[in-house]
Design a protein around this ligand. Sequence first.
Ligand SMILES: Cc1ncc(COP(=O)(O)O)c(C=O)c1O
Length: 348
Amino acid sequence: MGYFRKNIEKASGYTPGFQPAQKNIVKLNTNENPYPPSPKVLKAISEITAEQLRRYPDPVGNIFRKAAAKLNGVEADYIMCCNGGDDLLTIAIRVFCDENHSIAYPVPTYSLYPVLAELQNCKAIEIPFDGEFNLPAKLASTDAGLTIVCNPNAPSASFINAGELASLADELSGVLLIDEAYVDFAEENCVGLVKDFDNVIILRSMSKGYSLAGMRFGYAIAQPELINGLMKVKDSYNIDTVATAAATAAIEDQNYFRQNVEKVKAQRKILTEKLRQLGFTVPDSFANFVLAGIKSCKANEIYDKLAQRNIFVRYFDLPGLQDKLRITVGTPQQNNKLIESLKEILSE
Ligand SMILES: Cc1ncc(COP(=O)(O)O)c(C=O)c1O
């Protein structure tokens, strides 16, 4: 058509995980939490008044900032609310990257990063993980404006400890964004780094541990100077009144949250063991999904056969992932259905 910027014309855009319309399916493809959010979330939503909807929302979501700050042991000015973690990724790349400032990240990882790089027209420096998903040493020596480490990483579900990421932050000349979308299912997190490093941003999502993927809410944690820079670029009203109330109710109900996360972790252990018994190679997961490798059959064929049975998992036709399936941890019933179907498929 000729109307588009050149990079937009050649970009294919991000392909979100398939959201099937049918009701009677086992949906283990987009790492949603299989359990509902806290009942306090629904109560908070039901208490929203017409007057609140008539008015614009609090542009920075102070009520949520206070709650998130308390939970993370920082001041409220260390927090920026966003319309899902993805919103923060878009904001960060706009703030730190352009034709002369690249983005760097280890691969394989969250497939949105290269898409955002293409849209921003900045160079993406992709550094391969080793077979054990250790932090690649070369990541420290790029001159990227923004380095992202997804931790726990998707789709490997692997985890890098805070000490290693502190060393990386120390060595980098640019900003390090640690994407902790899945950290609620890990044993530790990297929030402590924001006190020591003025170049670290932590990304958090309310979609996974708090079961609010449909609500669209996430947040950044970083020193106020970084937060103020990010705030310049965000949409003035990037979070709405309903989502702010819902996310605040969710983060304040830590009892419910902890129980929810423990249920997922218990199922993760069972699912991992059962998949291993079926012959899959499944590294220990620190997230709410597992990456299951298979040598005896083609992973994409298993994917298709599961889909024919209305069971949806994720297959990535990418280097290092073609013999693997990423499977979200579901409810006991969903996981059993998956395992029974895999037994059938593998014995065909
Ligand atoms: C690694 C990673 N980061 C960030 C996100 C963004 O999550 P959301 O925008 O739902 O908060 C996702 C979503 O799946 C993810 O997998």
